[in-house]
Structures are given as structure tokens and as C-alpha cells.
Design a protein around this ligand. Structure first.
Ligand code: NAG
Ligand code: NAG
Ligand code: NAG
Ligand code: NAG
Length: 398
């Protein structure tokens, strides 16, 4: 082998094993909070994404940046990529008119992404006030703050999403991924600012997170499988929700959701499963809520198979989403309404294998909370306050 060839080979080997770090400032980012630094972020991303197979990273140094939509961090990449944004605040323009897409930042088709830190401020205040966007018919397209689509085997850590115009974070097809120390904030009166919506994802853990917003803290759409949420504080907001399900044809089953060791603060719902009446067939199964504290929550425990907001559906006809294997265990605290536990299933397609145990919910207004149940015979274990579904078969606590 000639000396030159040998040298070249060595250089290639070194390059392959050496991480590429691309600072957005070297790609023209200004960081004054006004100039559009989006193009610099995309340039840095493209270089890091092409820099594998060794892990590469994009560095967004501490500072305040403005990024006009749409921002795309797209794969597939040559190797694992990290976006490091600790200490950085990235702002979206406040004007909705600048947005032509359904997201502000789209992160997609990446294997082994690590995203750490960063505050993503959607500046949605004007949008929530706009009449056009707050009507129930949704006559304007409003962007999600960050859309993660088909980002697999990944870690999203210490990320903050603020004041999104619409949902904060949408997760689609992000199998085998971990979300840790997520912080989401929008005021309780903000419109449609769901914290995180998850769909068509198998294997996702969300831990140590805090979500305060104007809509659901976390909602699970069809195809959500093997998802664990632990140590979440939610509220204000609409709580944690499976569904709504049954609005569309060919929805995939929701199978395997564990919500554990969480606190709901002043939310309109605690833990709920909701399905539309008169629906196509569907499945929601193996869903477990355990060790949950409710502080002044309006509907702490709720299964609603007649979910029909604003009368937009045919009530009376049953939901054909079959609910089974659901447990509510060790849920305690205070209810802001008298009905602390409500399980409304279907005539003809009842809920099966529902277990209720260790409930202790007191009504803030005094006089004791109650439960309301229909078309369900839960397995009730031990003493529950309020007594769960009077008339249901009782089992002694073990
Ligand atoms: C997700 O959480 C579950 C339950 O705590 C745990 O068994 C599993 O190992 C976690 N998965 C990952 C990838 O951390
Ligand atoms: C419900 O759980 C039982 C075991 O407890 C299991 O045999 C059954 O397959 C589960 N149902 C579904 C739809 O997964
Ligand atoms: C239920 O909670 C109340 C208020 O925290 C407490 O005083 C009571 O001992 C609890 N009851 C049971 C059976 O755990
Ligand atoms: C809401 C709740 O149950 N929080 C607990 C979660 O787990 C940690 C550690 O085990 C406890 O310290 C919390 O009180």
C-alpha cells in the first residue's frame, strides 16, 4: 500500500469515528431574537444529519433566537444525531398569517435522535384571541409547536414548550422512544393547546414531566401501544385522556397504556377514556391508572362512551369501540364535583374486565362524593370512597 493511500485511509477512519458538531452560529445564526435564524438551523441540521455514521450534533448555544416556519429537521440521517439546545430559547413569530403548514417545527424520519434542552415558544397569545380560530368548527389551520413523526429509538430530554398556537407536541410513529423532564406551559384559558398528543406509536415512556395548559395534558389517539407515563404533574388542563376514539373508520387499537404515580391539579378531568357514539368498530384495552393524586379535579375518573362535544354526532346510537381490561387503582384526593367516578359504557357492547380499587375521593363541596355507572359490572376490590358502582360484585382486598 502506498503511503498516500494509507494516509487517506487513516483520515477517513478518523473522520468516521469523530463526531461532527455543527454550531448554528457558524451557519449564520444571529441570536438577537429578531432575525430569522431558521435557515441557519436547517443548514446545521443537514450537515450533522449527513455527518454519520459516528454520532453528530447540532449545537444551538444559549441565547434567544427567532425561527420562521416551517422548520424541518428531516432524516434519514447517516448516523445518530443530537440537537443540543440547553439554555436556548427559540421563538416562533406571533402572526398566524406567516404559517402555511400544520407545524412550526417538524422533526421526522430519524432513527436515534437525542434532543436535549431548549425552550420552544410558540407565541400563541394572538391566535387564541382570534375569533376565527376559537370557534368549534375550526375554520383556520393552526400549527402544532413541534411535530415528531417517525422519530424512533430516540430520547427527548429537558425540552420546554411554551404558548403554542395549537397542540404543543404531536407524536406520530415514534416507536421505542423516551421523553424525560418535559415542561409544557400555556395558560388555562388558551384554546386547543393540548400538551402532547400521541398516535400510532409502539413503545414510549414519558417520565418526570410537568404540563400546564388549556386542553388535555396528554391524549392518546388510535394505535397507541405500550406507553408508560410516570411522575407527571398535570394542571391546569383537561387531564389525561385515552381518545377520543371512534371518530374515523379503520382506527388501530389502543393497547397497553400505564399511567402511574401522577398528580392532577385543578383539571377538568383526571383520567378518562372517551369514545364517540355511533362509531365504527374499535378497541381500547389494557389500560391502567395507578397511584394518582387528584387535587380539586372536576371529573376525576371517567369512562365516557357517549362523548359528543357540541352535539356534533348522533347520540343514542352506541359506540362500537370495545373497552376492556381497564384498572383504576389507588386514586385519591379531592373531586370538585359530586360525581367522582363515572363509568358510562354501551348497551350491547359493555365494558369488560374493569377493576376499581383503593379509591378515596372526597367531594370538595361536602356531603360525600358518588359514583355513576351504566353497562358495566366492574370488579370492585376492597373499600372505595365513594363506593364504586353500587350493585357491582365486590371482592375482598388481598
Ligand atoms: C418504560 O417503562 C417501563 C415501566 O416503567 C419499563 O419497564 C421499561 O423498561 C421502560 N422502557 C425504556 C426503554 O426505558
Ligand atoms: C384482557 O386480559 C386477559 C387476561 O387478564 C387476557 O386474556 C385478554 O386477552 C385481554 N384482552 C385483550 C383484548 O387484550
Ligand atoms: C381517605 O382520605 C381522607 C382524606 O385524606 C382520609 O382522612 C381518610 O383516612 C382516607 N380513608 C381511607 C379509607 O383511606
Ligand atoms: C403522585 C405520587 O404518587 N407521587 C409519588 C411518586 O413517587 C415518588 C417516589 O416514589 C413519591 O415521592 C411521590 O410522592
Amino acid at each position: 500500500m502506498g503511503k498516500a493511500v494509507c494516509c487517506l485511509l487513516l483520515m477517513v477512519l478518523i473522520a468516521r469515528n469523530h463526531a461532527v458538531v455543527v454550531n448554528i452560529k457558524t451557519k449564520g445564526a444571529i441570536g438577537d431574537g429578531k432575525a430569522n435564524d431558521g435557515p441557519a438551523m436547517e443548514k446545521a441540521w443537514k450537515e450533522a444529519c449527513a455527518g454519520g455514521p459516528a454520532p453528530s450534533s447540532v449545537l444551538i448555544p444559549p441565547g434567544t433566537y427567532m425561527a420562521f416556519p416551517p422548520i424541518l429537521f428531516g432524516g434519514p440521517c447517516k448516523g445518530p444525531v443530537e440537537i443540543k439546545a440547553t439554555g436556548a430559547t427559540i421563538k416562533a413569530p406571533p402572526e398566524l398569517a406567516r404559517f402555511k403548514s400544520d407545524s412550526w417545527i417538524a422533526v421526522q424520519y430519524i432513527n436515534k435522535l437525542t434532543m436535549t434542552g431548549g425552550t420552544f415558544d410558540g407565541q400563541g397569545q394572538e391566535t387564541w384571541k382570534s375569533k376565527k380560530c376559537s370557534d368549534t368548527a375550526q375554520t383556520c389551520q393552526v400549527p402544532v409547536n413541534i411535530r415528531f413523526s417517525y422519530v424512533k429509538n430516540s430520547l427527548l430530554k429537558d425540552i420546554t414548550s411554551l404558548n403554542s398556537k395549537y397542540f404543543h407536541i404531536n407524536i406520530l410513529g415514534c416507536d421505542n422512544t423516551i421523553v424525560d423532564h418535559l415542561t409544557i406551559f400555556a395558560p388555562d384559558k388558551s384554546i386547543n393547546t393540548d400538551g402532547m398528543h400521541i398516535g400510532r406509536t409502539n413503545g414510549l415512556n414519558i417520565t418526570n414531566s410537568k404540563i400546564q395548559t388549556g386542553d388535555d395534558c396528554i391524549s392518546f389517539g388510535d394505535g397507541s401501544k405500550n406507553i408508560h407515563v410516570e411522575r407527571l404533574t398535570c394542571g391546569p388542563g383537561h387531564g389525561v385522556s385515552i381518545g377520543s376514539l371512534g371518530k374515523y373508520a379503520n382506527e388501530q387499537p389502543v393497547d397497553g397504556i400505564w399511567i402511574k404515580n401522577c398528580t392532577m391539579e385543578r383539571t377538568t378531568n383526571g383520567v378518562r377514556i372517551k369514545t364517540w357514539p355511533n362509531s365504527p368498530p374499535g378497541v381500547a384495552t389494557n389500560i391502567h391508572f395507578e397511584d394518582i393524586i387528584m387535587n380539586n379535579v372536576e371529573n376525576p375518573i371517567l369512562i365516557d362512551q357517549q362523548y359528543c362535544p357540541h352535539n356534533t354526532c348522533k347520540k343514542g346510537a352506541p359506540s362500537r369501540v370495545k373497552i376492556s381490561n381497564v384498572s383504576f387503582k389507588k386514586i385519591r384526593g379531592t373531586s370538585a364535583t359530586k360525581v367522582a367516578l363515572r363509568i358510562v359504557c354501551n348497551q350491547g357492547l359493555p365494558c369488560d374486565n374493569i377493576e376499581v380499587s383503593g379509591i378515596n375521593l372526597t367531594y370538595k363541596g361536602g356531603g360525600g362524593a358518588i359514583s355513576e355507572c351504566s353497562h358495566v359490572k366492574p370488579r370492585v376490590v376492597g373499600q372505595n370512597i365513594p363506593p364504586a358502582c353500587p350493585g357491582a360484585p365486590h371482592h375482598r382486598a388481598v
